[in-house]
Design a protein around this ligand. Structure first.
Ligand SMILES: *[C@@H]1O[C@H](CO)[C@@H](O)[C@H](O)[C@H]1NC(C)=O
Ligand SMILES: *[C@@H]1O[C@H](CO)[C@@H](O)[C@H](O)[C@H]1NC(C)=O
Ligand SMILES: *[C@@H]1O[C@H](CO)[C@@H](O)[C@H](O)[C@H]1NC(C)=O
Ligand SMILES: *[C@@H]1O[C@H](CO)[C@@H](O)[C@H](O)[C@H]1NC(C)=O
Ligand SMILES: *[C@@H]1O[C@H](CO)[C@@H](O)[C@H](O)[C@H]1NC(C)=O
Ligand SMILES: *[C@@H]1O[C@H](CO)[C@@H](O)[C@H](O)[C@H]1NC(C)=O
Length: 405
């Protein structure tokens, strides 16, 4: 489904030669890195789900307007980047952007400069959502991944046919003023064009607002592996200090979304997680390991197959919204809603925006970023949306805005 690696097949994949050393001492963490990022403050009012049990508002999800801001890029980076997927992360009043496979070309002459499994940028101004400041894959930073490899992953990072890839398709989970966690998919290639997903990995972020030092650690290579659901990789939402982490059943049915919860301040301690059974409406501290489809236990069921998505509380709708792309490659943003994180979720999705796909057939990786339009406004009325656009020249992410009527 995600095809940037086809492009990589055309070029020589240059692995990061200057990656930070991997810490493997005492087995924890299994991977760690720290680097400086530019200090660009984009404060936003955190949305607070102070919903009443009053009904859904603006339930037709009619759209008043849309805007397309074009390719998300840093105008001062002398490398032209192609990259896909990704999600945003609100941390210490900064808005970080993390992206998947990133290819860099020198803008002056188009020369290929290298590739990284992922990259990091910052939002510069919520009024100009396509304008980013790149914090990796620049001449100054070198072309290196934003998320650290384990030593086993690093050992094959230079091989296009054996490499690992860390890719993300949703937003991070804020866990404190200066901390967040983000669930990345861990993929392993078996040839240049063929990979499988081994599971997801929890990347822990810390940003020191005084020094602008950004630290990323992973405590294990894989946090949740199929057939276990990939909690946190599909979507998440924090309510009253509790993180709700949604995972797709990627083995038996991508129609089923399963749910776990954990207090944000113990999110890295898996023994404090609980898992939801929608059939009995009970939480259980034993993680289910399905050997068949468990549709009735799924918190979102009877919908359509999912690809990427975002869950957040919309003050405008007085409801939790799931804004998503389905798995049919139809390049359409859709919405489901619920009065609480555990549902009941609607089953009839409403198409809110059918994009015009790029020349390579379809858009993917659609994600919503409601944080962009919360200052002085009702959260959820306007959404910043981004998705991956497959142009003939390469794949890049596009920034856009949708405003509900
Ligand atoms: C952000 O962008 C808007 C619209 O282009 C502009 O008016 C404003 O000055 C910018 N703000 C900053 C801090 O650059
Ligand atoms: C987060 O920041 C707020 C205000 O900036 C402060 O009151 C609060 O104590 C901080 N929380 C933590 C956990 O540091
Ligand atoms: C973010 O900025 C706002 C406004 O400047 C401030 O009130 C708040 O404490 C800041 N929060 C953090 C986590 O730094
Ligand atoms: C969920 O609860 C139902 C009803 O109690 C039960 O039959 C089913 O086995 C449970 N499913 C899982 C996956 O635990
Ligand atoms: C929790 O899961 C375990 C293991 O599947 C099961 O034995 C137990 O009955 C479940 N508890 C509840 C309250 O559903
Ligand atoms: C998209 O592809 C067309 C045709 O190759 C090219 O002219 C255009 O510049 C590309 N757009 C971007 C943003 O790369």
């Amino acid at each position: 489904m995600f095809r940037l690696h086809e492009l990589i097949a055309l070029v020589t994949y240059i692995a990061c030669a200057l990656c930070e050393p991997i810490q493997a001492r005492d087995a924890t963490p299994v991977a760690s890195t720290a680097y400086s990022i530019p200090s660009i403050v984009t404060p936003a009012r955190a949305t607070s789900p102070q919903y009443s049990q009053s009904p859904l508002q603006h339930s037709s999800f009619a759209v008043a307007s849309t805007a397309n801001f074009g390719k998300m890029a840093d105008p001062s980076n002398t490398y032209t980047l192609f990259r896909d997927g990704g999600g945003s992360c609100t941390i210490a009043n900064r808005t970080l952007w993390l992206f998947c496979d990133t290819l860099a070309y020198r803008s002056s002459d188009g020369r290929y400069m290298g590739a990284a499994s992922n990259s990091i940028s910052l939002a510069t101004n919520f009024s100009q959502p396509a304008v980013l400041t790149d914090a990796s894959s620049t001449p100054a930073t070198g072309i290196r991944p934003a998320i650290p490899w384990t030593s086993a992953e690093a050992a094959v990072a230079g091989s296009t046919s054996q490499r690992y890839a860390l890719w993300v398709y949703t937003n991070c989970i804020p866990t404190g003023n200066n901390t967040a966690v983000h669930f990345w998919l861990v993929n392993k290639f078996s040839s240049v064009t063929s990979h499988r997903t081994l599971g997801n990995t929890m990347a822990q972020y810390t940003l020191d607002p005084m020094t602008n030092q950004f630290t990323v650690t992973r405590n294990s290579q894989i946090t949740f592996a199929p057939p276990t659901y990939g909690y946190g990789s599909f979507a998440n939402v924090v309510v009253n200090g509790v993180a709700y982490l949604y995972g797709l059943d990627t083995v038996y049915s991508r129609n089923d979304v399963h749910l776990a919860k954990v207090p944000v301040n113990t999110i890295t301690d898996l023994s404090t997680w609980q898992y939801y059974n929608a059939s009995s409406q009970t939480w259980n501290s034993t993680m289910p390991i399905p050997n068949a489809r468990q549709q009735s236990a799924a918190v979102i069921q009877n919908s359509i197959p999912f690809s990427s998505g975002t869950i957040f509380f919309s003050e405008y709708h007085n409801a939790f919204l799931l804004v998503f792309f389905d798995n049919w490659a139809d390049s359409t943003f859709r919405v489901l809603s619920a009065p609480s994180p555990v549902g009941p979720w609607t089953t009839n999705n409403i198409a809110i925006w059918a994009m015009t796909p790029g020349p390579r057939g379809y858009d993917y990786g659609g994600v919503a970023h409601p944080i962009y339009y919360t200052n002085g406004a009702q959260a959820g009325k306007s959404l910043m949306l981004h998705y991956s656009y497959q142009n003939t020249s390469g794949t890049y992410t596009v920034a856009s805005q949708l405003t509900f009527a």
